[in-house]
Design a protein. Structure first.
Length: 288
């Protein structure tokens, strides 16, 4: 390990990397996984409806990195299905990686009083779907969480969703999403779209290995979608739709890794086109 972060003793063989939002390595157990992913011939962030486990096991995809980003994590019906099949057998793929953000630890009252505050910036986490992955996961806790009546209160994301909506409305120069409907097709809506398109072109080169810059560009792509997609605006307007920004997160992850995307969702396809991201196309196997 290259830093002072700690893993359970029996999880030291699990490949995991911690990064700052600017891509600086804070610690790794089995080498810097960001660099490992970049060494693959192709890289794709997958949507939750894609059979990533089946695709990643095909011989022709041995040099393709499949990245399970925040969209797959948050929208998967059962989290344990990311790690084991229906029989309980572990899923192991050396070319599958999980990516997410670890929120900073809240300081205790004693730390606050002593002025000894821990770092308040989040860490980015990349881990490999190796045979040791579940050793650092509370699988029993996940199973209990997914049972009817499981305590899901601590996973409430309503605040962050509300904050993101405010930022998008500010970009669109409206107070309510319904105001978009009142924009004439031309020139107002088209002028906004042109503004966002140029901003994406200007900012996209700065996205690689930069989390917040990637998020800014993904937000611009989502804003373009809001201008012309009734479906996207309807989803945005729902007060309790936890997955409203799942497509935005997928695009953000792909920009961060300089990767393509694997999705059949029309919104994802549109935003990826706005950002010039490649789509997953199965390679033609040369085997017999």
């Amino acid at each position: 390990m290259t830093s002072n972060f700690k893993l359970p003793a029996d999880g030291a063989k699990h490949a995991i990397t911690f990064l700052t939002p600017n891509g600086k390595e804070k610690g790794s157990t089995q080498g810097n996984l960001f660099e490992v992913i970049q060494n693959y011939e192709r890289r794709f962030v997958v949507d939750n409806h894609i059979d990533w486990f089946g695709l990643s096991g095909l011989p022709e995809n041995s040099n393709v990195a499949f990245i399970l980003g925040t969209t797959t994590d948050r929208e998967t019906c059962f989290l344990k299905s990311l790690f084991e099949d229906k029989t309980g057998k572990l899923k192991v793929r050396q070319n599958v990686f999980m990516f997410g953000m670890q929120s900073p630890k809240r300081p205790t009252q004693q730390e606050v009083l002593a002025g000894n505050l821990p770092p308040l910036t989040p860490d980015l986490v990349i881990s490999r779907l190796d045979e040791y992955a579940t050793l650092v996961m509370d699988m029993e806790g996940i199973r209990k969480f997914e049972q009817p009546g499981g305590d899901k209160g601590k996973f409430d994301s309503s605040w962050s969703i509300a904050d993101e909506k405010k930022k998008l409305l500010a970009l669109l120069s409206v107070k309510e999403i319904e105001e978009i409907e009142q924009m004439p097709e031309l020139p107002d809506r088209q002028l906004k779209d042109d503004e966002f398109r140029l901003e994406i072109e200007r900012k996209k080169p700065k996205c690689f290995k930069r989390f917040w810059e990637s998020n800014d560009v993904a937000r611009l792509a989502y804003s373009r979608l809001l201008l012309f997609s009734n479906k996207t605006r309807n989803e945005f307007a729902k007060p309790n739709y936890a997955n409203v920004f799942g497509d935005l997160h997928l695009i953000q992850n792909a920009l961060f890794f300089n990767a393509g995307f694997a999705s059949k969702d029309k919104a994802v396809v549109s935003m990826a086109k706005f950002c010039g991201l490649p789509t997953f196309e199965p390679s033609v196997s040369t085997g017999s």
